[in-house]
Design a binder for this molecule. Structure first.
Ligand code: LLH
Ligand code: MG
Length: 382
């Protein structure tokens, strides 16, 4: 099946989430913004799709030469080729682009063979328990503005069926942030209302120092948390070795650190984390995420997948022991997460009343793409 066409369409939609000056999402008045869809076509008439933008110049110069005319099943060869091309081009050919290409190729393979991606990978399960993953704290009245507000939202999430809860607490530029004591107060308030048996996690400010992180870890041990992630800049692996050595609380990471499977291997080797972390968007696609899952399994470690979406869900459903939960969110009292994105006919991560997210049985990634919506709202294509 030869690749005959590679294109990107960019379209508008109305978003109810805005980004603060540090890039964290919060509820916001409706605003028009854009999304992109990559399409890879083949000589057999089958196409694969993935959402995410690739600039026209990068598509022409770096991506197309590796794809056009090639057998679309050679995903590993294409991924390795893109990875090598990143040397000297990392500023434009980043891992998000590798993710889009790789996910579109997996979608294409599934559509061509009439199977969902998780079955191509080697299925292990059809559903995964979710945890409610909150947005970062804010200063919106009735939002996530106080420890009590987190507690009230956690109660709502438990009623909705979530079996576990992760707080993203306050980060600059929210007034008063960062503040480890306030983070602990929010964690304690949630523990109080959900009771002792609900698994809980914390993802605080990502640039605390060693002392603040140790303080947080010790307090979370008292509250019987399941893990803490990214309390410090992940580029300092030594800081994580220092922290993990002193805590019984599992540290989960690295999440956003660059370096794909190589960085995860180094963290495992140096005991910098107790639980391995990575998602399709952090690592450069399904292909490297599977490598990291196998790496974690081989070291007898769990791997918690970062972020939601169809591609992460398919990998989770093909992983054996390493992955406990699907990260569902980011959630907020003012945001209706259970309404599909405007460009999809259905949710890509539907959750039942018992807190299980079910993977699609449709071929490929199984996203029900509303192509009419995309055409109606098209801005540009290349
Ligand atoms: O800082 C944020 O906005 C969130 O932490 C975000 O990066 C989220 O994806 C995350 O870390 N989830 O675990
Ligand atoms: Mg995180």
């Amino acid at each position: 099946m030869k690749i005959t066409g590679v294109s990107v369409r960019t379209f508008t939609y109305t978003s109810h989430v805005g980004r603060d000056s540090e890039g964290h999402g919060h509820p916001a008045p409706p605003r028009e913004t854009t999304q992109s869809l990559m399409t890879i076509e083949t000589s057999d008439g089958v196409a694969g799709y993935a959402f995410g933008g690739i600039a026209a110049g990068v598509l022409e110069r770096d991506v197309k030469p590796l794809l056009m005319g090639r057998d679309s099943f050679y995903r590993e060869l294409i991924w390795q080729g893109l990875k090598e091309r990143q040397r000297l081009n990392l500023a434009t050919l980043n891992d998000k682009i590798l993710t889009v290409v790789d996910c579109a190729l997996w979608d294409l393979a599934g559509r061509a063979l009439g199977q969902p991606v998780y079955k191509l990978l080697g299925a292990y399960r059809d559903k995964v328990p979710a945890y409610a993953s909150t947005m970062c704290g804010d200063d919106l009245e009735g939002g996530l503005d106080t420890p009590e507000a987190y507690a009230a939202f956690a109660e709502w999430c438990m009623d909705r069926g979530y079996p576990a809860f992760k707080l993203h607490t306050w980060q600059p530029p929210i007034p008063g942030a960062p503040n480890p004591k306030r983070d602990v107060a929010a964690c304690a308030a949630v523990r109080e209302v959900v009771g002792p048996d609900v698994p809980m996690m914390l993802d605080p400010y990502h640039y605390y120092g060693r002392e603040e992180s140790l303080y947080l870890g010790r307090e979370l041990e008292k509250l019987d948390f399941l893990w803490m992630e990214e309390p410090m800049d992940e580029h300092s692996m030594s800081s994580y070795v220092w922290l993990a050595r002193q805590l019984d609380l599992p540290i989960c990471g690295p999440e956003t650190a660059e370096g794909k499977m190589y960085t995860r291997a180094e963290w495992i080797k140096h005991d910098a984390a107790d639980i391995v972390r990575g998602g399709v968007g952090d690592l450069g696609g399904i292909t490297p995420l599977v490598k990291v899952a196998h790496l974690a399994e081989a070291f007898g470690m769990k791997m918690e997948v970062h972020g939601g979406g169809a591609a992460n869900l398919h990998v989770l459903c093909a992983m054996g022991i390493p992955g406990l939960f699907y990260e569902r969110g980011l959630l907020h009292p003012f945001v209706d997460y259970d309404t599909p994105k405007p460009w999809l006919h259905q949710l890509e991560d539907p959750m039942d009343d018992e807190g299980y997210v079910h993977v699609s049985q449709e071929p490929g990634l199984g996203q029900q793409i509303d192509f009419d919506y995309i055409d109606r709202n098209l801005v540009t294509s290349w």
